[in-house]
Design a protein around this ligand. Sequence first.
Ligand SMILES: [Zn+2]
Ligand SMILES: [Zn+2]
Ligand SMILES: [Zn+2]
Length: 135
Amino acid sequence: MSEPKETVGRIAVAFQIPSAIVVLFRSVVQCFAAYILLPKGSLSIQPDMSSQCSHLDEVRDVSPKTDGCEECLKMGDEWVHLRMCLLCGHVGCCDSSKNKHATRHYGNTGHPLMRSIETGEDWGWCYVDELEIAV
Ligand SMILES: [Zn+2]
Ligand SMILES: [Zn+2]
Ligand SMILES: [Zn+2]
């Protein structure tokens, strides 16, 4: 016969909770709710979207196919910086070059990942996700 007694005891305890604690608890819940709701539009999207490239498993162990921009070499043209496709090793010129062959290579082939092959530069780029990747 201990069950009913316990229930009565719980109700009694519940009624004894000072209202100040109830108010405090309520404001904590409200702060928590605001914390959950607020980042949905602003903060929470950034870390997820900006740090994830879904194409990294397409990277192949490639080396540069040519000593300079493949197309510019054929045309006898000049380039500013060189970028290498991480899927096929195509070497193209950067967007500061007038021909932008690296970006055009992405347009022609759909190969989304490239890296800089300039000395001392170790960054890559995903054209689809438009974010920097580790190389
Ligand atoms: Zn990507
Ligand atoms: Zn070029
Ligand atoms: Zn390629």
